[in-house]
Design a protein around this ligand. Structure first.
Ligand SMILES: *Cc1c(COP(=O)(O)O)cnc(C)c1O
Length: 452
């Protein structure tokens, strides 16, 4: 299997190269040259365990990796989950199900992809002998999941920038209390945007990038999308057989990475009925699905911070397919969007997508209502999924454990939501480093702390 760029200006590459690059050199995103047809496999795969299903799925994509090595990496990636089923489906009523994606090490769905990506990186370093330095910027969950995916991996140094005092204390502890010596949480004075802007400039310095073996773990890496396809398929099989093809998958959405994975699986022939894109008050995607216009707004911080995004970086992959797999058209659209901050699709067809939006007040009332009805506590991101549900049955993706957001839960409910792994962090020592949010200061720190 080969991988092409959505912008069509570079030759196809194999799986390992697509994973190592993250972003394609022409600025596009990688996609499989052709999508496999899973229909003939669906009956055989129905009873596989989570790691077995992941293995069967990835064997169609990671065709340049050694098969036994791939299986071993997948096995290791899902060992640190605290539920035997890895991605259990919980029934709230005959027509309402929740897919719990918060049983990984950092209690959010990003662990599914980043645990695996960490093992892919380690294998790549073993093959090439070249150490790598990962640099990322986070407003919360991504940084913690990346750090835990790369913890202790041989040859990897991880540097994560975050705005000091502006992420939740528990998220900070997940990054700063690991005790690992290959992890460097970098607190900056400034906003997430300052951190991200400085990071982008560091990546543009090609000489420095080569010197230090610079790599990114952002949500555009194709391996992350493919890893997420697996839980859609796994949960599809866990639904009662009579409901499978009638169920709408409801996905709390920010960067469009999670829901894109489900949609790709549908394109591979899995008969999922459709997808509900659930946004918070940062609703660029809701507005798109309502109007056919994709228009930038200002980010307004919410109680569901991991969805506080305006430019949905994975949306370019959707555009590629929606516009007939025409890379010239993708380039033109991205150019228009970049220069004018918006793009209107001709004859926009939402296909099997629908959308919803809720604000902070809506999130709070949903958290209490869901608890009253089902004695079930949802986190503020998952709560967005419960907004104006379409005609059932629905399966809502629970993207984080409520214990990660204790303040919002406490405001909505009088029940305690705690998690042992978060409680344990409270006793540990915080190790963080302060750097100026300038490319020079970041580069100097990374040079000083690079792999010997
Ligand atoms: C990242 C994140 C999201 C948004 O996922 P996207 O792939 O960006 O759409 C939703 N909920 C939680 C808890 C997250 O960490």
């Amino acid at each position: 299997m080969q991988y092409i760029s959505t912008r069509g200006q570079v030759p196809p590459v194999d799986f390992s190269t697509a994973v190592a690059h993250g972003l394609a050199p022409d600025g596009g995103l990688y996609l499989p040259e052709t999508l496999p047809d899973l229909k003939p496999k669906l009956a055989d795969w129905a009873d596989l365990s989570y790691p077995q299903l992941c293995d069967a799925f990835f064997s169609l994509f990671a065709t340049d990796l050694d098969r036994a090595e791939l299986s071993a990496m997948i096995e290791r990636s899902y060992q640190n989950f605290d539920h035997a089923e890895i991605a259990p489906v919980r029934k709230l009523s005959d027509s309402l199900y929740v897919l719990e994606l918060f049983h990984g090490p950092t209690l959010a769905f990003k662990d599914f992809a980043l645990q695996l990506l960490g093992n892919f990186y380690e294998a790549q370093i073993a093959r090439t002998g070249k150490p790598i330095s990962v640099l990322g910027a986070t407003s919360g969950d991504t940084g913690a999941a990346a750090i835990h995916g790369l913890l202790g991996k041989k040859g990897v140094r991880t540097f994560i920038l975050y705005p000091d005092g502006r992420i939740s204390p528990l998220q900070e502890r997940q990054m700063t209390c690991t005790g690992a010596d290959n992890v460097f949480p970098l607190a900056i004075k400034g906003s997430f945007d300052d951190a991200q802007a400085a990071m982008k400039t560091v990546f543009e310095d090609r000489e420095f990038a080569d010197e230090i073996g610079l790599s990114a773990v952002n949500s555009i890496n194709l391996a992350r999308i493919l890893a997420q396809c697996v839980y859609y398929l796994y949960s599809f099989y866990r639904l009662p057989a009579a409901l499978r093809e009638q169920t709408t998958f409801v996905v709390p959405t920010g960067n469009f990475g999670n829901v894109l994975a489900g949609w790709l699986l549908q394109r591979m022939g899995v008969p999922i009925k459709g997808f509900r894109v659930a946004t918070n008050q940062n609703d660029i995607l809701h507005r798109l699905f309502q109007t056919g216009t994709y228009a930038l707004g200002d980010v307004a911080p919410s109680v569901a911070p991991s969805m506080d995004i305006q430019v949905a970086s994975n949306f370019e992959r959707f555009i590629y397919y929606a516009e007939g797999c025409d890379p010239d058209k993708v380039r033109a659209i991205m150019q228009t969007f970049k220069s004018s901050g918006q793009y209107t699709f001709e004859n926009f067809d939402p296909g099997t997508f629908s959308s919803s939006r809720t604000d902070d007040a809506g999130i709070a009332s949903i958290i209490s209502e869901v608890y009253r009805k089902y004695s079930y506590v949802v986190d503020p991101h998952t709560a967005c999924g419960f907004t104006d549900l379409p005609e059932g049955p629905n399966l809502i993706l629970a993207t984080a454990h409520p214990a990660k957001f204790p303040d919002t839960i406490a405001e909505a409910l009088s029940v305690d939501s705690t998690h042992p792994s978060l409680e344990a962090l409270k006793a540990k020592e915080v190790v963080k480093h302060f750097v100026e949010p300038t490319p020079e200061a970041i580069k100097a720190f990374m040079r000083e702390h690079k792999q010997a």
